[in-house]
Design a protein around this ligand. Sequence first.
Ligand code: NAD
Length: 734
Amino acid sequence: MTDFTLKTDKDGVAVITWDCPDKSMNVMTFEALGELEACVDQALGDDKVKGIVITAGKDSFAGGMDLNVLAKLRDEAGDDPAKGVFDGVMDMHRLLRKIELAGMDFKTKKGAKPVAAALPGTAMGIGYELALATHRIFMADNPKGKVGLPEIMVGLFPGAGGTTRLVRKMGAMAAAPYLLEGKTLAPGKAKSAGLIDEVVAPEALLEAAKAWVLQANEADLVKPWDAKGYKMPGGTPYHPAGFQTFIGAAAMIHSKTQGVYPAAKALLSAVYEGAQVPFDTALRVEARWFTSVVLNPVSGAMIRSLFINKGALEKGAVRPEGVDDQRVRKVGVLGAGMMGAGIALVSAMAGIEVVLLDQDQAAAERGKSYTESYMDKGISRGKATPEKKEAALALITATTDYAALKGCDLIVEAVFEDPKVKAEVTEAVEKVIGDDCIFATNTSTLPITELAKASKRPEQFIGIHFFSPVERMALVEIIKGKKTGDRAVAKALDYVRQIRKTPIVVNDARFFYANRCIIPYINEGVRMVGEGVAPALVDHAAKLLGFPVGPLQLIDETSIDLGVKIAKATKAAMGDAYPDDAVDEVIFWMAGQGRMGRKAKAGFYDYDDKGKRLGYWDGLAEKYPVREEQPDLTEVQLRLMMAQVLEAVRALEDGVLTDIREGDVGAILGWGFAPWSGGPFSWLDMIGAGKAVEICDYLTETFGARFTTPDLLRDMAGKGETFYGRFGAEAKAA
Ligand code: NAD
């Protein structure tokens, strides 16, 4: 394998080209770092070489570190994993520092060879960190190009000097959006922000970098932090301005992460401590904090779910084998309401022809106009162009005429949630569409197998369950009815891939997977209000666990009347086994008071005219007085957590879920399940099955049978097993 090659031109510039074979984008491995170092050594040691340009042989520079390697770093570090990881990271620092100093005599600041980075396109993570170690960064004006350090998104922080260099380059405050939020920028904006130095036409990239290398003077090659009298922009922590920044940053990080994301805190510590010591010491500080984050189970779980497994699902890990390409050319969307309008939008943006059908032309047009206003917003924010808007609109035909559905290879039905209406449209559509067309329903509550009875070809009938708002939510739940065939599954997966979302495939059962888990979460919160637990304790307990919204806020968002409707239907289906009468008492009463949630500007919260939450509604405490003695925070958290997690385990036991990766990824993307945990199964593995059983037994005894330990969990506790050990992809393959 050769990822890096060196070629010295007649002009004396050594061009080091990064080009991972068999990969569309470069990713860094430890072997590749070794190759890079050999090239750098050769160039620095060769008197004929005047300077170096580091570039890539692709239309991007690099996607970052190979996270598969990073996940394994810890496991392969032997008896002393911390030392293994730390040494590995320090080795990376040593190499990048070698590139940065490029042979310079530190005392005289002389003797360095100029090194430029020439980035043909995207440079993420270590791709940008490597560029930061060079003396000048050139980037091609590539419309697809992005620069940034997104490590924080997977529970890490830039650990190859990116943290230390960026803060010393622009100051802690200016660097914060890139380090703490993983913000990435296109070339032009990256230059204005000071992330890179030059933007040039793609064809002139290499020549521009070479020309700079050949004319650079010695002063150009001394990094500010290596020059005498360097002062950090914005001030160090004990400088009056810096002091303000760091105090604010600590508070801001805590409010954003609630202390559950170790990487953000470790990043800030690395910056704070690093700012007070010389550069090389700061790199060691960065390496120590980075090591602590790599060894924290949170980063491992986040990388596994949000990078490795999410990526695998998007690439078709669960696609049936042997079914040929099912990419969609023309989709018919039935019902142009809230969901149908969103589905038409994302389909058209993926270049798919859309027929958007509703009962009357005005409703169909209204649905289409959603794409128009979405694109207009995009244009005003500089994220779309009038051409893109026209192209998307040109793909959508708004109609009431079923004949327009001719030629569709996929139908997505999003009419009213009523089995009769759905059956009628299914029959009407099947009269028009071709024999091989797949019919999907976006129902959120009705069993697919039942709906499929209206179809003449149930093997071509499937559930494609979008979340609202369609254009923002990344997850799509694909549901197989009893008779759904492989081609329908492949079609749904290929479609989801076209619209760039993440799929999970589950079997048919009440509420499928996501709603099945989220309803008990909401119910547990509501139940606590009925018991006299302070509403603020309920919502805050959830937020402190890393959930984006507490259960009471969530039911206000999704609406109390929907809750009532679901409760009635569930009770009718379950009869005496129905466990949630105590919950219904609260929400039925709320509905009776006209407190329907945010849309009514009245729910568990009060709202102002614009729908902004003001605080909990006083009437709630009158009906359900807050008990003098409040439960422990941890107890409230365990109830909220276990309500969802046990449902996920039951979904696995019942065969609704067939792959724990889907259970974890689906939970995070579908309902914001504490992303730091890696998902319900990762969380259970983190605390251990034994501990989970202990918690369930306690909750069952104290709060009732809904917390009964699933047999599977008890079995695993007895055997000392983990979910990923027992059901992980590797275990399955074995
Ligand atoms: P909606 O009421 O906003 O839209 C339904 C649309 O279907 C309306 O425009 C209506 O005119 C049209 N329609 C009704 N009968 C029709 C017929 N016979 N022929 C053609 N058009 C017809 O509802 P929505 O929120 O978009 O939900 C649609 C479906 O998506 C439902 O099955 C719902 O359960 C499901 N769903 C909704 C959400 C959500 O958050 N709203 C999320 C996931 C799934």
